[in-house]
Ligand binder design. Structure first.
Ligand SMILES: [Zn+2]
Length: 122
């Protein structure tokens, strides 16, 4: 399950998990080493902060106009899906990261859904 990477010191195949010690040369795998996860992790981190903020602004601006608000709601749902931790499962190394990102996602979406619910029921 855990992807293999090549040890940066000796090219021996080792697990990408942080703290793995290469049995061949003793190199210890650090946080973002060797695989493409670093880029993905950065992208996801930015997404999970920017998207709720963007959705919030978009909903706020379109709130007075029901048809624009409907479009904004559709865009919001798509964005919420794009930024879902479900799509980025493989970048979480630790349970803490998983809980951290799920909490952010659930909290911001709970707020946004409540906001939309109130706006549509006004
Ligand atoms: Zn090695």
């Amino acid at each position: 399950m855990m992807p293999l990477i090549k040890c940066p010191d000796c090219d021996y195949e080792i697990l990408s998990r942080i703290g793995t010690i290469c049995p061949n040369c003793g190199h210890t795998v650090s946080y973002f080493e060797g695989n493409k996860n670093r880029k993905k992790y950065g992208k996801f981190f930015a997404l999970s902060l920017i998207i709720p903020f963007f959705s919030f602004t978009m909903i706020l601006l379109t709130a007075p106009f029901k048809s624009a608000l409907t479009i904004a709601t559709i865009v919001y749902v798509i964005l919420a899906y794009i930024s879902s931790p479900l799509r980025f499962k493989e970048i979480f190394f630790t349970t803490f990261e998983k809980i951290f990102f799920w909490s952010i996602w659930l909290m911001s979406n709970a707020l946004l859904v409540t906001m939309l619910y109130n706006l549509f029921n006004k």
